[in-house]
Design a protein around this ligand. Structure first.
Ligand code: PGA
Length: 257
């Protein structure tokens, strides 16, 4: 059985004071029982990570620490970048690689994403490899092809056992921050396709254990239906993770089933 992973991608929101407040509110909202059957990761901006680490560890909160991005080198003259080694030192467990905003706004290529995935694994953290098509690509019937290319390139050169422990997030770009969610059937079909690509690249055993998240306007009202799909093993949540109440209700999606 794959344990679902619900991840909150804060994007470029909340300073470290606001971060502390959100994590504390979330700890009131969500009980230990809620997280028995689901893993939760929080992905604050870099400036908040140390603060969030401190509160998670001192209060022993049942949420894993995540990051939104990193560079692939350990150290050096890379102005403005943060290394996987630095993140690992802060007990970061999950790092998002190749989010569509990184790809579209900052020009990250599939090759760069592959280097990041390898570096994240080398430092003992779990990559969340993102893929997803634009609206034009979907309308042109190229959605499957696009994510196949992104997943194949993102996983290139990795050992199967590493892939089996990873997370892949399918996030249609037209659904991100738009309030427009993929239907549960479409999301399931694309996540099943993502799993089939993982099987091609890394074998059936890796495909059976890799966790595939859906992302794109996940809200308390649609989380249960999405999460009930056989190939959807979690959610990557943007807007709705910035409030403890809505993120908490997504984590508690089973109560709405
Ligand atoms: P959203 O963002 O939930 O605001 O659509 C999802 C994401 O980009 O990870």
């Amino acid at each position: 059985m794959r344990k679902p992973l619900i991840s909150g991608n804060w994007k470029m929101n909340l300073n470290h004071f606001e971060a502390l407040k959100l994590v504390q509110e979330l700890s009131y909202q969500v009980s230990r029982d809620d997280v028995e059957l689901v893993d939760v990761s929080l992905h604050p901006p870099f400036t908040d990570i140390r603060t969030v680490q401190t509160v998670l560890e001192s209060d022993r909160l049942p949420f894993a620490l995540g990051a939104q991005h990193c560079y692939h080198e350990d150290a050096g003259a890379f102005t403005g970048e943060v290394s996987p080694a630095m993140l690992a030192k802060l007990n970061v467990a999950y790092v998002i690689a190749g989010h569509s905003e990184r790809r579209e706004i900052f020009g990250e290529s599939d090759e760069m994403v592959n280097l990041k995935v390898k570096a994240i694994l080398q430092h003992g953290m779990t990559p969340i490899l993102c893929c997803g098509e634009t609206l034009d690509e979907r309308e042109a019937g190229q959605a499957e092809q696009k994510i196949a290319k992104q997943i194949t390139a993102g996983l290139a050169g990795l050992a199967s056992e590493h892939v089996g422990g990873m997370v892949v997030a399918y996030e249609p770009i037209w659904a991100i921050g738009t309030g427009r969610t993929a239907s549960a059937d479409d999301a399931q079909a694309m996540c099943a396709h993502a799993r089939a690509i993982v099987a091609e690249v890394a074998g059936e055993a890796a495909a059976a254990t890799v966790r595939i998240q859906y992302g794109g306007s996940v809200k308390p009202v649609n989380a249960a239906e999405l999460m009930s799909q056989p190939d959807i093993d979690g959610a990557l949540v943007g807007g709705a993770c910035l409030e403890a109440e809505s993120f908490g209700r997504i984590i508690q999606y089973r109560l709405a089933e």
